[in-house]
Design a protein around this ligand. Structure first.
Ligand SMILES: Nc1ncnc2c1ncn2[C@@H]1O[C@H](COP(=O)(O)OP(=O)(O)OP(=O)(O)O)[C@@H](O)[C@H]1O
Ligand SMILES: [Mg+2]
Length: 224
């Protein structure tokens, strides 16, 4: 299966926005794409991330496909399991399901949940799912003070599980007006620590459809 695993330094840093923009660019380029959120928690009536991804690749049914993990509490899956809620089950079965859903696609985009070491069960984290899937891994990070350590920590955790990172996206989640000196130097510092690893910047935008330029850069970087 060819595809991307979109993970992040944490929750709310732009995985869904970027993944749906990437899916839209793939569609625009004539690719058959499946964009999947296999594990979504905090689901009230609908799995909103999964729906955003599914809509971006014009296949709404993907969001509610059987065999994916959905839970109501906005917690890590293992925390939910410990409270007596549903368990993720075998990662092997989950990756098999993802492969089935991506069967007819030229490119499969999988969004993680939260950051790289979110506990899925007693033994496995999101990084272990990334390792099973063996896709092109993209690490999204909030371009703000703290991102150097968050990013280097996440890259180390992934590499320890033999997951190679293919690109980092530094995302301006906050409006430019909020002054943060680190914003202009983060990419440069990370480049010295992570030579040969493409580091892209995503600007602050009003909606994910305004991230198409960044998504196109990512499309080209990943040689989709
Ligand atoms: N480039 C951007 N410009 C402006 N706002 C952004 C940008 N990227 C993300 N955001 C804001 O951050 C919020 C969180 O983004 P998103 O839902 O993509 O994060 P996530 O990493 O998918 O979160 P989760 O861990 O819940 O899946 C968005 O709703 C949006 O308000
Ligand atoms: Mg998301």
């Amino acid at each position: 299966m060819r595809g991307a695993f979109i993970t992040a330094t944490g929750t709310g840093v732009g995985k869904t926005w970027l993944a749906s923009a990437l899916a839209a660019v793939c569609v625009e380029r004539g690719k058959r794409v499946a964009a999947i959120k296999p594990i979504e928690t905090g689901v009230d009536e609908k799995p909103l991330d999964a729906l955003a991804l599914a809509r971006a690749c014009n296949d709404e049914a993907l969001a509610n496909a059987e065999g994916l993990y959905r839970a109501k509490e906005p917690l890590a899956p293992y925390a939910i399991e410990k409270r007596g809620g549903p368990a993720v089950g075998s990662l092997r079965a989950m990756s098999k399901r993802i492969r089935e859903l991506g069967r007819d696609a030229d490119y499969t985009i999988v969004e993680g949940a939260g950051g790289v070491l979110v506990p899925l069960d007693r033994e496995n984290t999101m990084a272990d799912l990334a390792a099973q899937l063996d896709l092109q891994t993209v690490l999204v990070a909030r371009n703000a003070l703290g991102v150097l350590s968050y990013t280097l920590t996440a890259v180390e955790a992934l590499r320890k599980r033999s997951v190679s990172v293919h690109a980092i996206v530094l995302n301006d989640v906050e409006r430019e007006q909020r002054l943060d000196m680190s914003r202009t130097s983060n990419a440069d510092v990370l480049a010295d620590y992570l030579p040969r690893l493409p580091i892209l910047r995503a600007p602050w935008v009003k909606s994910p459809t305004d991230l198409l330029d960044t998504a196109l850069q990512l499309y080209e970087t990943l040689k989709i």
